[in-house]
Write a protein of this length. Sequence first.
Length: 52
Amino acid sequence: MSTMSLKHLVNKLNQNGKKALEGAAGLCHSRSQFMVEIEHWLLQLVEKNKMI
């Protein structure tokens, strides 16, 4: 398995991806969940695209 730092991976995202990931983390925190999963991130991406 390849080892990459989280910071390196996040830096590869565009601005929309970063904002959606931040939103996903906030969503998890507000729901007292401890892990950000792909479903949280995808939900944020979809919701942000609805606003455009």
